[in-house]
Design a protein around this ligand. Structure first.
Ligand code: ZN
Length: 94
């Protein structure tokens, strides 16, 4: 991920640019992730991972039904504990 202000690369997991200090928070919202994750229980698993840019995980979830529901439940726990991350390893917005 690159800083929107200075253009330098920001290491995965950081929301603030180490070069200029500009904040680049995740653009994704937790309540939206939660709603999309719940779709996994009605046959559309992995949509929440597509939403945050995790394409590979999303595709695997979609094809396996969220690893037969187990992955969807694990992601639900992550969302509730605020440890669900977007594709750049930033926590999604509260
Ligand atoms: Zn910067």
């Amino acid at each position: 991920m690159f800083c929107k202000y200075c253009g330098r690369e920001i290491p995965a997991g950081l929301a603030d640019c180490p070069a200029c200090g500009f904040s680049n928070p995740s653009p994704y919202r937790r309540d939206t992730v939660l709603l999309l994750c719940l779709l996994g229980f009605v046959g559309f698993a992995g949509i929440h991972r597509f939403y945050v840019g995790r394409w590979v995980g999303g595709a695997l979830f979609f094809l396996t039904g969220g690893f037969f529901g187990v992955g969807t439940v694990i992601d639900l726990f992550k969302i509730f504990r605020n440890t669900f991350k977007d594709a750049d390893e930033r926590p999604v917005l509260p």
